[in-house]
Design a protein around this ligand. Structure first.
Ligand SMILES: [Fe+2]
Ligand SMILES: [Fe+2]
Length: 646
């Protein structure tokens, strides 16, 4: 049995030989005890190009292989294409033969050969039957040239399977950095364990907070040995808050591949339901692949498996149903689709409306809006008209990325924030979107840029800093990639060994979470995916984080792209889906202030309290230091503050 193959892999491999395969036949190949490559080679050797292979054919071929002497079978592991058949026709390049193209594009499967092509492409126009039109939409014609489309169908995007990606991650060696900025989670944990071991004696200090003054006199003098302004009484409007979607204490993942697959299945199912509300009657890729004839206008929904622009300028998107591993290609031929095509990212769930080819092999996408609906639809959020927050004015202060412990943390800036909160009675909440501390082992040679090299001291110092905020201000802290939790998202919150340095008015939550304060709903997400989205969407820029945060809302997912710098933890469900439409999305991570609104939802990125690091300098990144925002929970009005104002 070859576990690394999926039905899609088998389909693509046999497609390279001009063969089509029924899903149950492909499944039989995968489940066979024989080597999958041997079966594929035998099939390609014995079946004529252009044929569709059913399960009986496969069973006969497997029986024939079983009947051959073992000595012959053993040599098949290293078998060459030359040994199997015609070397010029049977390579792995996924070439699609004229016969397959015909079967993909023909209106009438009873026709044959050139007659079919001539019929399909007469006057260089592809026409589709509109019988049984499920959405009462008109016939579409497409001016695509046959040869252009054939070339396009021959193209194959470079994309490894998720299984390969997952295996590659698991194979990361200790001590080998992924890139110049981050270590992988195992490496971070390894280094963390070493540091904890090295500082075991120090961690036994009972009252670590009280000795900070002796060990870090400069910072402590600046922040703690000064006259603080009197605390003004809070307005006391809110009664408390609830948290939704927190992975803390709920993680069930065991780290195996099935857990990992499960999050994509859950993502597909839940976002398909959301898309159904927007797009009407939607069909999964598996539904479409079961059809024996096309010619219909349909809306298909699926996980984006790959996308690419062909040499002829056509836009291809391959959708996947993660339950069955089946895929379906869609193509758009109109240049006007470029902008929306560029917004599509791998691993997100979208709906595409178009016309199904007669054999159901490909969807030719519509090129225009119909009934107000675009041909490519994202789950998106409905327009938010008002929140259910409290009646009277009360506010939350929003901050992130304090990075306590880093050389470049600015104690004098922090003092200004502390003083302002103490003197502002409307501030009932302080919400921190992660990266409380600088952490350890986050990037190579990080210890050379640390004032506080002990992770416990970093949290103890943060706890002492928070002690200066009023006791009756509720502080809610999420976590980021610099905090001492797993790097893979969703992230649970900090362990008790770190939270014990904080007072009772500080609550700890995971990343991401929805915090509902008397009806005002704030989605807190640290923002690791901002870089990933900015990398794959042309025009998006991590320096303008709210533009990227709009994409999260459109895609109803805070981290739709798997890979890049975002790691996902296998869980029973996808915690990163935006189920509840928030009144405000609060992110950090990129150390740039941003404030905007999308469909009535406020977007705020609250920058940082850490000056430019050597890494940022090498990349030309200028952080926004000493920024915060307030949100009035009764009106959801957002205001920006900087230390320069004081
Ligand atoms: Fe940060
Ligand atoms: Fe971060």
């Amino acid at each position: 049995m070859s576990e690394e193959f999926t039905i899609t892999d088998i389909s693509k491999k046999l497609g390279g030989f001009g063969l089509m395969v029924n899903p149950n036949a492909a499944e039989f190949i995968i489940k066979s005890d024989l080597d999958t490559n041997i079966i594929i080679d035998a099939v390609s050797d014995s079946i004529d190009s252009g044929s569709t292979i059913d399960i009986d054919t496969i069973k006969n071929i497997v029986n024939d292989i079983d009947d051959t002497p073992d000595t012959d079978k053993n040599t098949n592991d290293d078998i060459d294409k030359e040994d199997v058949g015609n070397d010029s026709d049977k390579d792995d390049s996924n070439n699609i033969s004229d016969e397959e193209l015909n079967s993909l594009l023909d209106d009438n499967t009873d026709m044959s050969g050139q007659e079919e092509l001539d019929e399909t492409f007469k006057s260089d126009t592809i026409e589709f039957s509109n019988e049984e039109d499920e959405e009462d939409e008109e016939d579409e014609s497409d001016n695509n040239n046959k040869d252009d489309l054939k070339d396009d169908l021959d193209e194959e995007p470079e994309r490894s399977t998720r299984q390969e990606e997952f295996a590659n991650e698991k194979d990361q060696e200790m001590g080998e950095f992924i890139n110049s900025e981050f270590m992988n989670p195992e490496q971070s944990l390894y280094q963390l364990e070493n540091v904890i071991e090295d500082t075991e004696e120090e961690t036994t200090i009972v009252n670590r907070k009280e000795t900070l003054d002796e060990r870090f006199p400069e910072w402590c003098d600046t922040m703690f040995n000064r006259k603080l302004p009197d605390i003004k009484p809070r307005v006391g409007v809110t009664k408390g808050y609830d948290v939704e979607g927190d992975i803390t204490g709920e993680s069930r993942g065991t780290g195996d591949f099935e857990d990992f697959r499960q999050i994509f299945k859950d993502r597909h199912d839940r976002l398909t339901k959301l898309l159904g509300k927007r797009a009407g009657n939607v069909h999964t890729v598996s539904d479409i692949n079961k059809r024996t004839h096309g010619g219909k206008n349909i809306t298909v929904v699926g996980l984006v498996w790959s996308k690419f622009v062909s040499n002829n300028g056509n836009y291809f998107i391959e959708l996947e149903d993660p339950k069955s591993n089946e895929t379906l290609r869609t193509v758009f031929t109109d240049e006007d689709m470029k902008d929306v095509f560029e917004q599509v990212v791998p691993d997100e769930v979208i709906a595409i409306r178009g016309t199904l080819s007669d054999d159901g092999g490909i969807v030719f996408g519509d090129n225009e809006f119909r009934k107000g609906r675009p041909p490519i639809m994202f789950p998106d959020i409905p327009r938010k008209r008002s929140s259910d927050g409290p009646d009277k004015t009360t506010k939350a202060a929003l901050i992130s990325d304090i990075h306590v412990g880093a050389d470049e943390f600015f104690p004098t800036y922090w003092n200004k924030f502390v003083d302002w909160v103490r003197e502002t009675p409307t501030i009932e909440y302080v919400i921190v979107a992660g990266d409380l501390v600088e952490g350890i082992g986050v990037f190579p040679d990080q210890d050379e840029e640390l004032t506080i090299v002990d992770i416990y001291d970093q949290y103890a110092m943060t706890g002492k800093m928070f002690d200066q905020l009023p006791d009756d201000v509720q502080i809610i802290t999420s976590v980021g990639n610099h905090d001492t939790v797993r790097l893979a998202e969703p992230q649970p919150t900090l362990a008790e060994e770190f939270t014990k340095y904080f007072s009772d008015n500080v609550d700890f939550v995971g990343n991401p979470v929805n915090v509902n304060i008397d009806g005002a709903n704030i989605l807190i997400y640290h923002g690791m995916s901002i870089n990933a989205l900015a990398e794959v969407v042309p025009g998006a820029d991590a320096d303008e984080p709210t533009e990227v945060m709009k994409l999260m809302l459109q895609k109803r997912h805070v981290a739709p792209v798997y890979g890049k710098n975002v790691r996902l933890a296998g869980e029973e469900k996808d915690y990163l889906i935006i189920d509840t439409v928030p009144d405000l999305l609060h992110c950090g991570h990129v150390h740039k202030y941003g404030q905007d609104k999308y469909n009535g939802v406020n977007l705020v990125n609250t920058a940082t309290w850490q000056g430019q690091t050597s890494f940022q300098k090498s990349k030309g990144i200028e952080p926004d230091v000493g920024y915060w925002a307030t949100v009035d929970l009764s009106t959801m009005d957002v205001e920006k503050y900087t230390v320069d104002d004081f």
